[in-house]
Design a protein around this ligand. Structure first.
Ligand SMILES: [Zn+2]
Length: 411
């Protein structure tokens, strides 16, 4: 049975495993309360102690790795690592292929403004296409290669250059669903990456599908335990030590470094995922089909928990954005060379019957929060949406994937 948390907008079918207790409150909301209880000054001091041996190490010019995407949280992480932790990061970026101009521009901008050593890895587009065909067919994902590459490149580079510390932003198991307490100080593991980031599919599982060979998947294969132990690689998450608030962090970065925002079709949050053409479009639609909720629910839940959005307003926003049509199907269909009709048919195979039923040959969603709780909703007309700053650059509608871009001229 689908149960919604009384406080936020998540249901008990959340793919990261969320538990709703007898009071009707989810584990994510419970753990989130720690943000207002913990002594964050003391948490930061703890972090400074953790990184001290790395900052004092004479092993090389870089004492940590910071992954960057050009689309979320990475400005904050880099700024924090350089200016608060006083570390010298090697910044690494996996090219997700579905790049926006804004994403390229954000990477170019921070590199010049803060002074960074930077490594980017771009996989052969033909291989990316093969992988995407395989993951689409096997488990209905167009995004596996992005997440897989983003979570493995920092580990591969750490191993190659013998840099033992990787610094990530928020651990979603802590921030979204409360799988762990902040005090558990959970670190990066191969197991969590496979089970939760990669939908249980490692690169090795794709060998043989659609003619994919092991060599084709090199950019997506996690280093073995021996390599990891040889360098003593660990990955820590800043949100265990810093009171995480993505919205206010981005606003600081807009003011300090001119971080560029981008309007998203299916959510009000124009700070996150601005580097990707598909994340808030086709990929978000697939999430909706598979899991019965989309990005707008994540963003509303986050804003409810940070007390900037009322739950009754969130329910209205979820209803509104869930129904916004995504505009990026043409581009993806052209690139992957599968007709739009066949693509939608493939995606439909992964439709979660807990959330959808067919009536007159049309899929109807059932059991949604706004249907269950529409009594409170109908009384209220005005929606108080959290205000997000607009700091965008003119970006034409993307009609191709740009793997490389010159960014924009720094003022
Ligand atoms: Zn909740």
């Amino acid at each position: 049975m689908i149960i919604y948390c009384r406080k936020c907008a998540y249901h008990n079918f959340h793919p990261l495993n969320l538990y709703i207790d007898n009071d009707g409150i989810c584990s994510g909301c419970k753990i989130h309360e720690e943000k207002d209880i913990l002594d964050w000054k003391a948490r930061e001091e703890k972090l400074l102690k953790i990184v001290k041996p790395y900052s004092e190490s004479k092993r090389g010019i870089h004492n940590c790795i910071v992954p960057i995407s050009g689309g979320k949280d990475s400005y904050f992480i880099i700024d924090y690592v350089k200016n608060t932790l006083k570390l010298h990061p090697l910044v690494v970026s996996h090219n997700i292929h579905y790049n926006t101009f804004t994403g390229h521009a954000n990477i170019a901008n921070i590199q010049s403004k803060i002074g960074l050593d930077y490594i980017s890895q771009t996989t052969n587009p033909e291989i990316v296409k093969k992988i995407t065909r395989a993951t689409l067919k096997k488990f209905g994902s167009i995004y596996w290669h992005c997440i897989s590459g983003q979570t493995v490149l920092p580990v591969q580079i750490a191993s190659k250059f013998k840099i033992p510390l990787i610094i990530w932003g928020a651990h979603q198991g802590v921030d979204q669903v409360g799988m762990f307490s902040h005090l558990d100080e959970v670190e990066m593991t191969r197991k969590y990456r496979k089970e939760h980031d990669l939908m249980n599919f490692e690169a090795e599982d794709l060998i043989g599908i659609g003619g994919l060979k092991r060599d084709d998947l090199e950019h997506f294969i996690y280093p073995n335990d021996r390599e990891i132990e040889a360098t003593g690689i660990r990955g820590i998450y800043l949100n265990n030590y810093v009171r995480w608030d993505s919205k206010s962090q981005h606003e600081k970065m807009i003011a300090k470094y001119d971080y560029k925002t981008k309007k998203q079709d299916r959510t009000f949050d124009n700070y996150n995922d601005v580097n990707s053409i598909h994340y808030s479009g086709l990929h978000d639609y697939i999430k909706f089909i598979k899991h019965g909720y989309s990005k707008i629910t994540d963003h509303c839940t986050r804003e409810i928990r940070l007390k900037r959005l009322k739950r009754s307003d969130a329910i209205k926003l979820i209803e509104k954005y869930n129904n916004v049509k995504f505009k990026d199907l043409d581009l993806f269909s052209k690139w992957i060379n599968i007709s739009k009709k066949d693509l939608l048919k493939t995606i439909d195979q992964f439709r979660n019957k807990n959330f959808w039923y067919k009536k007159n040959n049309k899929w109807i969603n059932k059991n949604f929060i706004f249907q269950i709780e529409n009594k409170i909703n109908n009384k209220k007309k005005k929606i108080n949406t959290p205000v997000f700053i607009n700091n965008q650059i003119n970006e034409e509608n993307n009609n191709q994937y740009d793997l490389v871009n010159r960014g924009w001229i720094i003022k």
